[in-house]
Design a protein around this ligand. Structure first.
Ligand code: ATP
Ligand code: MG
Length: 444
C-alpha cells in the first residue's frame, strides 16, 4: 500500500536512508493520508540521533533537542524529525521523567497514544502497522495502544485526546478505552489548563461538536467544565423548549459554523440558566436575566482556561446579547449594531443557531423575526447610517471649538448625540448636534 507523501518528506527519508538510518513518516500524517484527509503537518521518526540528523541537513532548528526532535527546513517548510524513543516513567501524569532513545521502531510506536496514531510509512517499506491501526481506522475506532488504564495514568491528556479524535473523525471509542476514561477522568486535574483548552478547541471546532456529549457521559466535563454538568441537569419546560439546557446547548453546537468564537459562544451561552431558574405555580420555568449571568460565567470559565483576551471578550459579548434584547425595528437593529460592533454578523449567526436548537414553536416565532433583523441590517448598511461614535457628524474637537470644556461631560454629551442618532439617523447633522450639545451645556 502506498500513500502520497510530499517530495520534501520523501527527500528527508531518502537522505536518512542513504546514510544508513531508518526513517518513516509517522502518526497523524499517516492516519490522515489513509483517511484521504489532508495532513496538517508531516512528522518523521528515525533511528538517527539528533546530531546525526543535523549533520545530514543544511538547515535545521533544535526545536526539542532534549526529546530528540530536530526541525529540518526545506523550501520554506519545517519537518519535525524525531529520534526513536521510549518515554521514561511519568511522575506527574503528563511529562515523561526522562526520554531514552531506542534503535527499535516498534518501541517508538508502542509509546504512542492510539492505534490509529501508531502507524509509520516509508516508500520503501510501505505501511508499518504493529497494533492493528489500519483495522481500527477502517472500523472507525479509537483504541489505546496497549493497556488503556496504564496509558492514561502515564499521561492524562490522552483522555481528552481520545474524545477529540473521536469528534474529529466521527469515530467511536473502544469499550476498554472508554471504561478507562470513565475511571481516570479525574486525572485531568493534573493537566495544564492551556492544554485542556487546546483540546476542547479542537473538539468543538471538529465536524462533530455534538460529541461533546461524550465528554459529559465519560465524566470529563465534571472535571474540566462542571457548569456543563449542571446544565445537563437543568430542565426547561416552557413553550420554547423541550430539551434540558445541556441538550439544547449540544443541539446548537451543530447549528453553527466551525469557528472557535462561535462554537464557544454556543457552549457557554445558556450556562447561567442553572442559577437563574424560577418556576411558576403552573410549572412553567423561567430564566430571567440568564444572558447576563451566562456572560459572567463565560468570562470566568474562559479566564480559568487561559483564553486570550480577544476570544474571551468576543464570546462574552456574544453571550450577553445572544437572546437579542433589542426592538425588532431599524432603530433596535442600529442599537444592536452599536453595542456589538464588528461582531454583529456573528451575533446573527448565534441567534439563528440558538433558535434552531429550540422547539418548533420557538423556531416559527423567532426565525422570521431574525430574517427581518437581517433585512434591516442590510438596509442600514446600504444607507450608511451612523452606528458608532466615529461616524457621528461631530467630534470632540468641534465641541471644543464651540467653547465646550474637554472632559467627562463632553464625552457624555457625544454619547447622548449618538443615542439620538441611533433613534433617528437623519439627526446626524453637524449643526443640529452642535446646537443640541450647547443647549445641554446651558441647562447645567
Ligand atoms: P493533529 O496534529 O491533527 O492534532 P496528530 O495525531 O498529528 O493530530 P500530534 O499532537 O501532532 O497529533 O502528535 C503527533 C503524534 O505523536 C500522534 O499521532 C501520536 O502518535 C503521538 N502523540 C502525540 N501526543 C501524544 C500523547 N500525549 N501520548 C502519546 N502519543 C502522542
Ligand atoms: Mg500533528
Amino acid at each position: 500500500m502506498t500513500i502520497n507523501i510530499p517530495s520534501h518528506v520523501e527527500m528527508i527519508i531518502d537522505r536518512l536512508g542513504s546514510a544508513g538510518f531508518e526513517a518513516y513518516a509517522v502518526g497523524g500524517c499517516v492516519r490522515d493520508s489513509l483517511l484521504g484527509r489532508k495532513p496538517e503537518d508531516w512528522d518523521i521518526t528515525t533511528s538517527a540521533r539528533p546530531h546525526q540528523v543535523k549533520a545530514l541537513f543544511g538547515r535545521t532548528v533544535d526545536t526539542g533537542i532534549r526529546h530528540g526532535t530536530v526541525t529540518v527546513l526545506m523550501g520554506g517548510c519545517g519537518y519535525e524529525v524525531t529520534t526513536y524513543r521510549v518515554d521514561g516513567e511519568y511522575e506527574d501524569g503528563r511529562h515523561p521523567k526522562d526520554v531514552a532513545f531506542t534503535a527499535s521502531l516498534e518501541e517508538d510506536l508502542k509509546r504512542r497514544d492510539f492505534t490509529i496514531n501508531a502507524m509509520a510509512y516509508s516508500p520503501g517499506d510501505g505501511i508499518i502497522d504493529k497494533f492493528h491501526g489500519m483495522e481500527d481506522l477502517k472500523a472507525g475506532i479509537i483504541r489505546c495502544v496497549g493497556n488503556a488504564g496504564e496509558r492514561f495514568t502515564e499521561d492524562a491528556l490522552r483522555i481528552l485526546r481520545a474524545v477529540r479524535f473521536s469528534a474529529q473523525l466521527g469515530f467511536s471509542i473502544e469499550d476498554e478505552t472508554q471504561e478507562a476514561i470513565r475511571r481516570m477522568a479525574g486525572r485531568l486535574q493534573l493537566i495544564s489548563r492551556e492544554r485542556i483548552q487546546a483540546e476542547l478547541d479542537k473538539l468543538l471546532c471538529s465536524s462533530h461538536p455534538e460529541y461533546f456529549r461524550k465528554a459529559y457521559e465519560l465524566g470529563i466535563t465534571k472535571v474540566v467544565l462542571p457548569e456543563f454538568d449542571a446544565a445537563m441537569k437543568t430542565p426547561q419546560r416552557n413553550r420554547y423548549h423541550q430539551l434540558s439546557v445541556g441538550e439544547h446547548t449540544l443541539k446548537t453546537l451543530g447549528q453553527i459554523r466551525a469557528d472557535r468564537v462561535l462554537r464557544w459562544t454556543m457552549l457557554l451561552h445558556d450556562l447561567g440558566k442553572t442559577e437563574t431558574m424560577s418556576e411558576d405555580p403552573d410549572g412553567t420555568i423561567h430564566f430571567y436575566g440568564h444572558a447576563k449571568k451566562s456572560a459572567e460565567m463565560a468570562r470566568r470559565i474562559m479566564k480559568g482556561l487561559k483564553f486570550d483576551n480577544a476570544a474571551l471578550d468576543a464570546v462574552t459579548l456574544l453571550v450577553t446579547y445572544h437572546d437579542f434584547p433589542f426592538e425588532i425595528s431599524p432603530k433596535g437593529v442600529r442599537k444592536a449594531m452599536n453595542r456589538t460592533g464588528e461582531l454583529f454578523p456573528a451575533l446573527l449567526e448565534v441567534c439563528t443557531a440558538d433558535s434552531m436548537g429550540k422547539s418548533s414553536y420557538a423556531q416559527e416565532t423567532y426565525l422570521p423575526k431574525l430574517e427581518l433583523v437581517k433585512k434591516y441590517y442590510e438596509e442600514i448598511k446600504a444607507a450608511g447610517d451612523c452606528v458608532a461614535l466615529k461616524d457621528l457628524a461631530i467630534r470632540g474637537a468641534d465641541l471644543i471649538a464651540a467653547g465646550m470644556k474637554p472632559g467627562k461631560e463632553m464625552g457624555r454629551c457625544l454619547e447622548e448625540c449618538l443615542e439620538l442618532v441611533l433613534e433617528a439617523p437623519e439627526k446626524n447633522e453637524r449643526e443640529y448636534l452642535l446646537e443640541f450639545c450647547l443647549k445641554k451645556q446651558d441647562e447645567k
